[in-house]
Design a protein around this ligand. Sequence first.
Ligand SMILES: [Mg+2]
Length: 98
Amino acid sequence: MKLSDYQKFIDEVWVSDGKDYNLQLAIAGLGLGGEAGESTEYIKKFLRGSHKELHADDLMDELGDVLYYIGKIGNLIGVTMDEMLDHNVNKLTARYKR
Ligand SMILES: [Mg+2]
């Protein structure tokens, strides 16, 4: 799936229930933090020994949730995920060319 199609899909499954822009942005931002936490929690449990193996599918599940909220925030602020990628590549390229 292309990122542009994914962002359309996100809006199809996002339940806004009439919430205003600021509340939706807050929910997406809090969701992003929560899912990033779930991702790091999985890695922590692996490193601590609670998981004998790191299962990429399980971690991908959480990282995908992170992507979902990133895509939703992008939709709310009018930025595509492709633009985010390009912006990040440009930023990192400039940083590491020093
Ligand atoms: Mg999750």
